[in-house]
Write a protein of this length. Structure first.
Lengths: 250, 196
């Protein structure tokens, strides 16, 4: 765990820095990938920019809505450069929604765009896992295993390292594009299904899981549903792809 | 690759694969479910992290008439507590103190407790008194002379602030500053709204 660096009077938050680097590297890689798909790279960079701005604004508004009276009495605080007053999950959902709206309104080829974004997303997953190692977030459950790490007062599963290892493997697999011939959007769905599978596995070792029905880890249930959904879509998109003509047997 | 192609081509085979994954996944989820004792077993263990119980401490209070007067975190269980680690030489600490005082005055009657822990082991105790007078602070100033509490809270920088809910669980950790008054008010108000 290495959550911050002191530079003189300033305290630099290392997880935030890594996430920013992840966004930068992911955008760079996605732009390169867009060119390979004969897409205008500005289309991708603008899409990422719109999503980021919408995500940030949404995250701030969602945080402010928890105590609207406080922000109504001081509306300029909505513009404060303060990363601690954001609701990240809601911001992420708003960013994705805006990206979908932009893609639809501009009539962009959604499956090709998703494929172009895929390596960038895989890079960002590596940055995310690294940020969790630095911050100590997404920590594991207590264990006596020899490779346990001392964190938050106990020996714990190094789940953040499991996630990092899997994220690197996923990036390696994704860059090889094993199912490229199956049509547009399949590489993205493959990334999504692999990520869901990894979460289904590693969530079992988390020490901070949200529980449903008393003892079932919510993230595992959601991951299983997403895994099945993306695998179902892989077949659906493959057989409907113009680049592939299957003789479908029902 | 050939095998996967033929699998995808055949709807029945693909559905069988999906059904197999559902069964395996459901089995894994069931096998790795959190033990009921762990899921329902009381307060989380103490650690200076969101979601954990705030580590307990007992410290001398500044200017206490009786030199043995101590303030303990456990005295405030059932109340929203804001623990702020600070030092007189720390510029962001100075900048955020008026905001903390203002929020304290506003929410004190609703049950907000502010415990300002001075890192006395790396500060000058005489300066602390001057500082408190200069900023007209009315909340308790605690003195961490040995540095034990700072170590317990794994202090990484100053100021560091821990927002603790009525169950004694840390809900937010803010390392660095100065904190904006709106942010402090927002977090405090959200915690005060929670039903214990």
């Amino acid at each position: 765990m290495f959550p911050s660096i002191s530079i003189g009077p300033y305290l630099l938050q290392t997880p935030g820095l890594i996430l920013i680097l992840g966004v930068w590297a992911g955008t760079f890689l996605s732009e390169k990938e867009a060119e390979r798909y004969s897409l205008n790279k500005d289309t991708i960079s603008n899409l990422i920019l719109y999503s980021l701005i919408a995500g940030l604004v949404g995250a701030r508004l969602a945080f402010a809505l928890r105590t609207p009276g406080v922000y109504l009495s001081s509306p300029l605080s909505l513009l404060a450069l303060d990363a601690t007053t954001l609701a990240p999950t809601k911001g992420l959902l708003i960013g994705i929604t805006i990206a979908i709206i932009v893609i639809q309104r501009k009539n962009l080829p959604i499956r090709v765009i998703l494929d172009a974004l895929t390596p960038g997303l895989a890079i960002f997953m590596i940055a995310w896992a690294t940020a969790n190692i630095l911050s100590g977030d997404a920590f594991g459950s207590p264990t006596d295993l020899p490779w346990a790490i001392q964190l938050w007062g106990e020996n714990r599963h190094p789940v953040q390292f499991y996630d990092l290892i899997f994220a690197v493997i996923i990036l390696g697999v994704i860059l090889k594009k094993p199912f490229m011939d199956f049509g547009s959007g399949i590489n993205f769905l493959f990334l999504f299904s692999l990520s869901s599978l990894v979460r289904l596995i590693t969530e079992a070792f988390r020490g901070d899981s949200i529980l449903w029905f008393g003892s079932i880890r919510a993230a595992q249930l959601v991951s299983l549903v997403l895994l099945i959904g993306t695998l179902w879509l892989i077949r659906d998109w493959s057989i409907n792809s113009s680049t592939k003509s299957f003789s479908v047997s029902e | 690759m050939m095998n996967i192609t033929s699998l995808i081509e055949n709807k029945r085979s693909w559905n069988l694969v999906l059904a197999g994954i559902v069964l395996l996944g459901a089995g894994w989820i069931f096998l790795t479910r959190t033990p009921v004792t762990q899921a329902t077993g009381g307060a989380p263990p103490p650690s200076p992290k969101e979601g954990f119980s705030a580590p307990t401490f007992s410290l001398d209070i500044l200017n206490a008439e009786n030199s043995t007067t101590k303030v303990s975190l456990t005295d405030y269980r059932g109340q929203v507590v804001m623990i702020n680690f600070w030092a007189t030489w720390c510029s962001p600490c100075r900048e955020e103190m008026p905001a903390i005082q203002s929020v304290y005055e506003e929410y004190q009657e609703q049950g907000l407790v502010v415990l300002a822990v001075n890192t006395t082991f790396q500060d000058n105790e005489f300066d602390v008194g001057d500082f408190v007078a200069e900023y007209n602070l009315s909340f308790p100033i605690l003195l961490d002379r040995s540095g034990e509490v700072s170590q317990q809270y794994q202090l990484r920088g100053l100021p560091s602030t821990y927002f603790v809910d009525q169950k004694g669980v840390i809900q937010a950790v803010i390392v660095g500053g100065p904190m904006k008054e709106t942010m402090i008010r927002s977090r405090v108000e959200a915690l005060l709204k929670e039903v214990p």
